[in-house]
Design a protein around this ligand. Structure first.
Ligand code: CO
Length: 467
C-alpha cells in the first residue's frame, strides 16, 4: 500500500455532471467554497467538461466569472478542469490558435490543473493543449495527460503502458486513467497501475472512475494498493451511481490501512452536511433521477458511461419509444465494433448511443447515418483504435474513399475565428473571454451576452428613475 494518497473532489464538476446534468448553480455552492479549500484535497475539479456549456445554456451564468469566483474563495487548493484536447469543451475540432487561447484564458482565470484527453486517445489531438499549458504555466500549473480507458479486444495492458510512455515523452506532468464507464475491475486496476508504475514510476498516476457498476470502491482500493498516487471521489451525498465513490468512505477505509490522505475529517463532514439539503432539492425537483444513483451491472456488458444512459433514456422518452431501450442497449456493442472500438466518452458515447437508437428505431442498421458518424469515418475525430467496418466505410466514403487527416492546420486561418466572433458580437463582447465563449458555443453565448446587456440597461434605467 502507498503510504500517502491524495484525493480530488469532483462534487462541483463530474458528480454535478453525472447526477444532475451540470445544473448546480454557482450560488448553490458558493457558501461552502472556503470549507472545500480547507479540506486538504489534492485538487478541486470544478470546471471544464459540461460546466461551460451548461452555464451559458441553462444557468444564465458566465462560465469565466464562475471560475474567477471559485478562485477568489479557494485560495490554496488547486483548481482542476477537464479539457477535451482539440475539441476543447465542445464537439468539433478547433484550430490551434483557438485551443492555445482557451488554455491561456483558463490559466489566467484561475485553473491550475488541466486534465487533457482525447476521446480516441489520438494524442495528436492533445499536443496543442499541452504545449499551450506549458507556455502559459505558472508555478502551480500541472499538465495532466489523460487516457480514456475502455475494454476491447485491442485495449491490452501493453497498449495502455505504451500510451503512458508516450504521454511521458510528450512532457505531461501526471498521468490519469479515466474510466468513464466505471467498468474497470480491481483485477484490471492492479495490472494496469502496476504496469504503468513500472514504466513511468516517477510520474504521479491518477485513477478516475465512476460507481456506475458498483466496481469503483474495490477498484480504487486495489489501485491504491498497486501504487496509484491520486484518486477521484465525490462527497458522499453526491457520490455513487454514475458519480464517483464517496470521499468519506474512501477516507475511512484508507485511514485504517494507515494511508495518509491529508484530508481534514471535520471539513469533509461539514461539506457533506452542506450538500445534503441541496441534494434533496434536486431530488424534489426531479433533476436528480434516483435511477442514476443506483448500481447498474449491465454497464459491465454494454460499457455505457454515466451520462450516456440518461441521455438515451431522455431521447427515447422524447420519441415515446422507451420500449426500444433494451434493443438500443444491445445494439451499442455492434455499433462500437463497426467504429473500431472507440472508448465511449463524450462525444463518442453520444454518437454511438444515438446511432444505436437510430438503427433500432429504423428497424434496419445504418439506413440512416448521423452526420457525426459520417464525419467520424471521414477522419475528423482522429484515428480509430482498431480498423473500422469496411462495409460501413465504403457506404459513407464511397468505393476506395479514404479518411482525411484531421490535423492538417491551415496557417492562413489563424485569427479567423476571433475576427468572426468580434464581427458577430460587436459591443456585446467586452473581453477575450466573451469572444471565446462565442467561439465555443455561438448561439448560447450570444443569447447570454444579449441578456447580460439587457439586464444592465434595465438597471441603468431603474437607477435614473430612482434618482
Ligand atoms: Co468522469
Amino acid at each position: 500500500m502507498n503510504q500517502r494518497v491524495q484525493i480530488t473532489e469532483t462534487v462541483l464538476r463530474d458528480a454535478n455532471q453525472s447526477l444532475i446534468a451540470t445544473r448546480m448553480k454557482l450560488a448553490d455552492f458558493l457558501p461552502i467554497l472556503e470549507t472545500l479549500d480547507q479540506a486538504g484535497y489534492y485538487s478541486l475539479e470544478c470546471w471544464g467538461g459540461a460546466t461551460f456549456d451548461s452555464c451559458l445554456r441553462y444557468l444564465d451564468e458566465d462560465p469565466w466569472e464562475r471560475l474567477r469566483t471559485i478562485r477568489a474563495h479557494v485560495k490554496n487548493t488547486r483548481l482542476q478542469m477537464l479539457l477535451r484536447g482539440q475539441n476543447l469543451l465542445g464537439y468539433k475540432h478547433y484550430h490551434d490558435d483557438v485551443v492555445e487561447k482557451f488554455v491561456e484564458l483558463s490559466i489566467k482565470n484561475g485553473i491550475d490543473i488541466i486534465r487533457i484527453f482525447d476521446a480516441l486517445n489520438d494524442f495528436r489531438n492533445i499536443k496543442t493543449a499541452l504545449e499551450a499549458t506549458k507556455k502559459y504555466a505558472t508555478a502551480n500549473t500541472v499538465a495532466s495527460g489523460c487516457i480514456s480507458y475502455t475494454q476491447s479486444p485491442v485495449h491490452t495492458v501493453e497498449k495502455y503502458v505504451e500510451m503512458c510512455k508516450e504521454l511521458k515523452s510528450m512532457g505531461f506532468d501526471t498521468i490519469c486513467l479515466k474510466d468513464m464507464a466505471g467498468t474497470m475491475s480491481p483485477y484490471e486496476a492492479e495490472h494496469l497501475i502496476k504496469g504503468i508504475k513500472d514504466a513511468v514510476g516517477d510520474m504521479p498516476v491518477i485513477l478516475h472512475t465512476h460507481s456506475t457498476t458498483g466496481m469503483a470502491y474495490m477498484t480504487v482500493i486495489k489501485a491504491i494498493e498497486s501504487g496509484a498516487d491520486v484518486v477521484d471521489t465525490a462527497i458522499s451525498c453526491f457520490s455513487g451511481g454514475t458519480s464517483q465513490p464517496a470521499t468519506e468512505t474512501i477516507y475511512y477505509a484508507l485511514k485504517q490501512y494507515g494511508v495518509e490522505t491529508c484530508l481534514n475529517e471535520a471539513a469533509i463532514n461539514k461539506i457533506n452536511d452542506f450538500f445534503k439539503p441541496l441534494k434533496q432539492q434536486y431530488v424534489d425537483s426531479g433533476l436528480l433521477n434516483p435511477k442514476s444513483m443506483a448500481t447498474d451491472s449491465q454497464a459491465l456488458v454494454y460499457k455505457v458511461p454515466g451520462g450516456m444512459l440518461s441521455n438515451m433514456i431522455a431521447n427515447l422518452k422524447d420519441m415515446n419509444a422507451m420500449d426500444k431501450f433494451d434493443a438500443a442497449l444491445l445494439e451499442i456493442p455492434n455499433v462500437r465494433k463497426d467504429l473500431g472500438y472507440p472508448p465511449l466518452v463524450t462525444p463518442l458515447s453520444q454518437m454511438v448511443g444515438n446511432q444505436a437508437v437510430i438503427n433500432v428505431l429504423m428497424g434496419e442498421r445504418y439506413k440512416q447515418i448521423s452526420t457525426e458518424i459520417k464525419n467520424y469515418f471521414k477522419g475528423e475525430y482522429g484515428i480509430a483504435p482498431a480498423p473500422v467496418s469496411p462495409e460501413l466505410s465504403e457506404k459513407i466514403l464511397g468505393q476506395g474513399g479514404k479518411p482525411t487527416d484531421c490535423r492538417i492546420e491551415d496557417a492562413k486561418r489563424t485569427g479567423e475565428e476571433f475576427a468572426k466572433a468580434k464581427a458577430a458580437l460587436g459591443d456585446l463582447a467586452r473581453c477575450e473571454e466573451d469572444l471565446m465563449s462565442y467561439i465555443c458555443f455561438p448561439e448560447q453565448a450570444e443569447a447570454f451576452l444579449k441578456a447580460r446587456k439587457a439586464k444592465e440597461e434595465n438597471v441603468a434605467t431603474y437607477t435614473i428613475e430612482a434618482m
